[in-house]
Design a binder for this molecule. Structure first.
Ligand SMILES: Cc1cc2nc3c(=O)[nH]c(=O)nc-3n(C[C@H](O)[C@H](O)[C@H](O)COP(=O)(O)O)c2cc1C
Length: 267
């Protein structure tokens, strides 16, 4: 069996994994957060893909823990696809390094830039592509996914792109407290009077970090800072560090919130 392991909070990585799998019908798509809710899991596949967003020029913590804490890593060929709003930085390099610690390594990798869902950044609106540009990027990404699928089918080995600038930029332009922050990542999130306790945030959180108490979200300190709660809140009620998020929302246009919830929710 071939598998693509996916972490996605706003749909980009999920849809691109689907585009790749659509070319290789023997690929099963597996949600990393969903599998991790089983408490024990293995990474077991002839060909294994890892598709995830770049966070701060790196691979998200949850993907690293998924590989590091797997009971068994048994794969013959691996590929990685990192999605990003600007640059995938060292995320694939980190994937390779993490796989090596488990006796494997990355055979093939590609980065795909679509749009940033990172609402904290003051540059968020500046990075947001126009509707036309977004559409162009999506079309180019679909083409690239066909090429990735062909390469994976033939077991292509090629080095992946890593960029020092893409690694350094988020560390320079994100306030350093975001990158170095050792507090639980949800300590900066709150909701304002627009919150009506609808519970969308709790449903869409991939790691079940949010529960409702007295019709208000309460955070359980296992936040991945993935922005699903902020991006999908139907009343734009989330604030970060007390700042209203008065910005355009980004979620991947072809993935509905219903699909996103179903993809990551517990078994
Ligand atoms: C915490 C966080 C950090 C991010 N860091 C970067 C980054 O360093 N470089 C970049 O280009 N995009 C960055 N992004 C944007 C995401 O990588 C991008 O929007 C991704 O495609 C989202 O994938 P998803 O829709 O599958 O969740 C970041 C997003 C978040 C939430």
């Amino acid at each position: 069996m071939n598998r693509i392991y996916v972490f996605s909070s706003t749909g980009t990585s999920l849809q691109l994994a689907r585009e790749i799998a659509a070319q290789n019908t023997d690929f099963e798509i597996v949600s990393i957060p969903k599998l991790m809710k089983q408490k024990t899991w293995s990474i077991d596949a002839d060909k294994a893909g890892f598709v995830f967003p770049c966070y701060y020029g790196e691979m998200p913590k949850i993907v690293r823990e998924f590989i590091t804490n797997a009971q068994r890593v048994s794969v013959n060929y691996t590929f990685g696809v990192a999605t990003a709003g600007g640059d995938i930085g060292y995320s694939l390099k980190k994937l390779d390094k993490t796989l090596k610690e488990r006796g494997s390594s990355l055979n093939y990798g590609k980065g795909i830039v679509i749009a940033s869902n990172y609402m904290n950044g003051w540059y968020y609106d500046m990075l947001m592509p126009s509707k036309e540009k977004l559409q162009k990027r999506i079309e180019a990404a679909k083409e690239l996914c066909i090429k990735i699928a062909e390469d994976v089918k033939t077991g292509c080995n090629s080095s992946y792109k890593k960029s020092l600038a893409g690694y350094l930029m988020p560390h320079i332009i994100s306030p350093s407290r975001y990158v170095k922050d050792t507090r639980p990542w949800d300590s900066e999130f709150s909701t304002n009077k627009n919150c009506n306790g609808c519970g969308t945030c709790a449903k869409v959180c991939p790691v079940d970090n949010i529960v409702l108490e007295n019709s208000r979200p309460v955070f359980n300190h296992n936040c991945q800072r993935c922005m699903a709660c902020v991006q999908y809140c139907p009343r734009s009620a989330f604030e970060i560090e007390g700042q209203a998020m008065d910005k355009a929302r980004y979620t991947y246009p072809e993935i509905s919130i219903k699909e996103m919830i179903a993809f990551n929710e517990g078994l």
